[in-house]
Design a protein around this ligand. Structure first.
Ligand code: GLP
Length: 239
């Protein structure tokens, strides 16, 4: 059962999340972290990046997902986001694995990431955000979900995501780890923030599991920590 921990605001949620990430690394310095991007986890990563890089000399990071078709150096990519928030400040680049947004052969790129994860996984801690339509990474609502790294068709809601609002080139697809990759993580940290997540959070906590709301599959995992801010949790805290 998913039990939300409700923090007063986004800043407090981010502080708790950054502490959670740091503890994971201190307990197991070689941890493999899978990291989502988007507005929800940004502040947690910025806070974590204030730690001393020497604490992260063995830590490994895999990027959860990416917009396919954008130049890698675009400010809209998950790559730019993660590098500036965490990878560069903590000097993780030699132990960082990520989908390339610009490849011509996208299935081959997904096969490369899938093979890396087979050899180096499982993920120790997977940090996820909740899509307004229930997606995790780019595992979008559908009749069936994909287990491993794959090319995803983007939903209308993903195509209107704030990350790409200013980007002149529109992404053609998503590159993402699959649901089995996420569910095989030893531990999951799900972050939910802001009023637009009230309804998705309510649906997540209903307890049903549906491919049409992929985040509900987290009900099947025994070690999920769900942190929300009060703005997202409003519909949960009301009777
Ligand atoms: C995006 C990303 C996800 C992210 C989610 C929520 O489309 N593909 O990795 O977790 O949507 O984003 P936000 O935190 O900005 O609401």
């Amino acid at each position: 059962m998913l039990v939300p921990t409700i923090l007063e605001n986004h800043e407090m949620m981010s502080e708790v999340a950054a502490g959670f990430l740091l503890r994971t690394i201190l307990e197991k310095p070689t941890s493999l972290l899978c990291l989502a991007t988007g507005s929800t986890p940004m502040r947690s990563y910025q806070l974590l990046a204030k730690s001393r890089p020497e604490r992260f000399t063995q830590a490994r990071v895999i990027k959860l997902d990416e917009w396919a078709g954008l130049p890698m150096e675009s400010p809209a990519t998950c790559e730019t986001f993660l590098r500036s928030a965490l990878i560069d400040p903590l000097q993780l680049s030699t132990r960082y694995v990520s989908f390339n947004s610009q490849v011509t052969d996208r299935p081959a790129e997904c096969a490369r990431i899938a093979q890396w994860l087979r050899r180096n996984g499982p993920i120790d801690l997977c940090v996820l955000g909740l899509g307004v339509n229930g997606h995790l990474g780019f595992n979008e609502p559908a009749d069936a979900l994909q287990p491993h790294a794959h090319v995803a068709s983007l939903s209308a809601s993903s195509l209107s995501h704030s990350m790409i609002a200013e980007e002149p080139i529109k992404p053609e697809a998503g590159l993402t780890l699959g649901m089995a990759d996420l569910l095989q993580s030893r531990e999951i940290l799900l972050l939910v923030s802001g009023p637009t997540k009230q309804e998705p959070l309510r649906r997540l906590l209903l307890g049903e599991i549906s491919t049409h709301f992929p985040a509900t599959f987290l009900q099947l995992h025994s070690r999920v920590t769900l942190l929300c801010d009060a703005a997202a949790a409003e519909s949960v805290s009301k009777p």
